[in-house]
Design a binder for this molecule. Structure first.
Ligand code: PNW
Length: 482
C-alpha cells in the first residue's frame, strides 16, 4: 500500500446507482437452444488455439437456465441495477428479420425477474457477439453491418421498452474493432489493420443510427454507449534543465519528445477516436493523420459525423488500468491492436497487478473521469465496468476470502468519489462482474466474479467481496480506514 494518509469515510450522492455487470456470451451458455443462431464468438471459441485451454462459451455459467438464482444473488447484495447484454443471434439468429420468439421469451423472463426484485435492467445491445451470418457478409468493416445493427436495436426496443428504460448501444467499440479485426485475439480473429479502422467507424455509425431509430420510436428512455478508457502517460522524464552537459540534455529532450508523441498517438487511438466523434462531432485531426498510411477515409461519408454525435443521456466508462508508453522500434510482424503505432512500447511501472497482468492504478479512474468532465461537454457518467481478476478459491468452510478484490474495489470507489468531489457528474458504478465467467481469450482461467462459480457443479458461492459490496451499497459509502 502506497497511501500516505489513512482514507477517511466517503459518502456517495443520494440515489447513486450501485450495480454489477455481465455479458451474454460470457454467462448464458445454451448456445444451441431456443433457436439461437451462431455468433462470431461461437465460431472463434471453437477454433483450435484461439482460447486458453480450448474453453468455449457453450455452457459458461448456464445463466440461460439459472437466471433466477443469479437475479436472487444480485438482489441479495442490495444492488439496484444490473447491466447485462442481449445476444443478438438469440434475438435475430441470422442478424436480420423478425425477432425469434424463444429468444424474446428468455429476455422477457429475465427482465420480469429483475423487476420483481426491484433491480433495474440496464441493457447493452452489443457486447461483441455479432451474428456469424453478418460476419460472413463482411462484418463490421462493412457499412451494411451498421444498418443491420440499427434495425436490430429498433426491433428489440419495440419489444422491451415497456420495461427497460436504459439502453446502451455498444460495449467497448475499441475492443470490438481492434482486438477483433487487428490483433485478432478476439472474434472474429482477423488481422487486417485497415479493416479494423473501418470497423471502428461502422461501430460508431451503428451506435448513432441505433440511438436515432430508438428515439424516433420513443424518446422517453435513456440512451448511451460504453467506452473503455485509459489515461495514457509518456514514460519520458520531463526534460532535464540546469547545468548537466548540453549534448546529453538535447538527447534527453529528443527522447522525451518522441515519448510524448507516442503517448499522443495511443491516446488518440484508445480514447479520442471514440470520445471526439461521440461528444464533439468529429474525429481528431491528428488521428486521421496517424492513420493515413493505414487506410484512406473513403469509408467515412458526408453526414456520418452528425449521425454519430447523437445527443446522449449518459456515457458509460469502463476502467481497468493506465497505459504508460515510450517510443520504440517498429515491431512489424506481430499483430497489434495499435494500428499505425506498432513502434510504441508499453512500459510496466512495477505496480502490483491483477491476474490479467493489468497494473492496479486507482488514480487513473479519477483521471479519466475528470478529463471527460474538463475536456468535453459530456452527459452524466456511469462507471459501467471496473473490477479485478484474482484466483481465490473456496475454503473448506465454504467461504471465498478475496481480500485483494476488496482492496481493489475500495481504492477505485474512493477514486471515483474524489472525481465527484472534483465536479464530475458520476451517477453510478457497476462492478465487473456479478459472477466468474468466460473471460474471452482466457476462458475460465480468469475469475472477475463477486460470486464464485464451481463450474463442474455450477454452484454459486458469494465471495467475501460480495458481502463487502452489500455493506457499501447499504451505506452508500465507505468507512474510514483507522
Ligand atoms: C472488458 N484490453 O474487456 C469487457 O467489457 C468485459 O467483457 C471483460 O470481461 C472485462 O473487460 C475484463 O477483461 C476488455 O485488452 C478486454 O485492453 C480486453 C481489454 C480491455 C477490456
Amino acid at each position: 500500500d502506497t497511501r500516505t494518509t489513512a482514507p477517511a469515510s466517503v459518502c456517495f450522492p443520494p440515489g447513486f446507482a450501485w450495480g454489477a455487470a455481465s455479458a451474454a456470451y460470457q454467462i448464458e451458455g445454451a448456445t444451441a437452444e431456443g433457436g439461437r443462431g451462431p455468433s462470431i464468438w461461437d465460431t472463434f471459441a471453437h477454433t483450435p488455439g484461439a482460447i486458453l485451454d480450448g474453453d468455449t462459451g457453450d455452457v459458461a455459467c448456464d445463466h440461460y437456465h439459472r437466471y433466477r438464482e443469479d437475479v436472487a444473488l444480485l438482489a441479495g447484495l442490495g444492488l439496484t441495477h444490473y447491466r447485462f447484454s442481449l445476444s443478438w443471434s438469440r434475438l435475430q439468429p441470422g442478424g436480420r428479420g423478425p425477432l425469434n420468439p424463444a429468444g424474446v421469451a428468455f429476455y422477457d423472463r429475465l427482465i420480469d425477474e429483475l423487476l420483481s426484485r426491484d433491480v433495474l435492467p440496464w441493457v447493452t445491445l452489443y457486447h461483441w457477439d455479432l451474428p456469424q451470418e453478418l460476419e460472413d457478409a463482411g462484418g463490421w468493416p462493412e457499412r451494411a453491418t451498421a444498418h443491420r445493427f440499427a434495425e436490430y436495436a429498433e426491433a428489440v426496443h419495440a419489444r422491451f421498452a415497456d420495461r427497460v428504460r436504459s439502453w446502451t448501444t455498444l460495449n467497448e467499440p475499441w475492443c470490438a474493432a481492434y482486438l477483433g479485426y487487428a490483433s485478432g485475439v478476439h472474434a472474429p480473429g482477423r488481422r487486417e489493420p485497415a479493416a479494423a479502422v473501418r470497423a471502428a467507424h461502422h461501430l460508431l455509425l451503428g451506435h448513432g443510427l441505433a440511438v436515432r431509430a430508438m428515439r424516433a420510436r420513443d424518446d422517453s428512455g435513456s440512451f448511451g454507449i460504453t467506452v473503455n478508457l485509459y489515461p495514457v502517460d509518456s514514460a519520458g522524464d520531463p526534460p532535464a534543465d540546469a547545468d548537466a552537459d548540453a549534448d546529453a540534455d538535447a538527447d534527453a529532450d529528443a527522447d522525451a519528445d518522441a515519448d510524448a508523441d507516442a503517448a499522443r498517438r495511443i491516446d488518440a487511438l484508445m480514447n479520442r477516436q471514440f470520445l471526439d466523434p461521440l461528444l464533439r462531432g468529429c474525429y481528431p485531426a491528428d488521428l486521421l493523420g496517424d492513420l493515413a498510411h493505414v487506410t484512406d477515409t473513403g469509408h467515412i461519408e458526408d453526414g456520418d459525423a452528425e449521425v454519430i454525435a447523437q445527443p446522449l443521456d449518459f456515457l458509460g466508462v469502463n476502467y481497468y488500468s493506465r497505459h504508460v508508453v515510450r517510443a520504440g522500434r517498429p515491431d512489424s510482424g506481430a499483430s497489434t491492436p495499435w494500428v499505425g503505432s506498432d513502434d510504441v512500447e508499453f512500459v510496466g511501472r512495477g505496480l502490483p497487478a491483477t491476474e490479467m497482468g493489468w497494473e492496479i492504478d486507482p488514480d487513473g479512474l479519477h483521471d479519466v473521469l475528470v478529463r471527460i468532465h474538463r475536456e468535453y461537454d459530456a452527459p452524466p457518467l456511469y462507471v459501467t465496468e471496473n473490477g479485478a481478476a484474482f484466483a481465490d478459491e473456496p475454503e473448506p468452510g465454504g467461504q471465498v476470502p478475496d481480500p485483494r478484490r476488496i482492496d481493489y474495489l475500495d481504492r477505485h470507489f474512493r477514486s471515483a468519489a474524489r472525481a465527484i468531489a472534483d465536479g464530475v457528474d458520476l451517477r453510478g458504478y457497476f462492478v465487473w462482474s456479478l459472477t466468474d465467467n468466460f473471460e474471452w481469450a482466457w476462458g475460465y482461467a480468469r475469475r472477475f466474479g463477486l460470486v464464485y462459480i464451481d463450474y463442474p457443479t455450477q454452484r454459486r458461492i458469494p465471495k467475501d467481496s460480495a458481502r463487502w459490496l452489500a455493506a457499501v451499497t447499504r451505506r452508500n459509502g465507505l468507512e474510514g480506514v483507522p
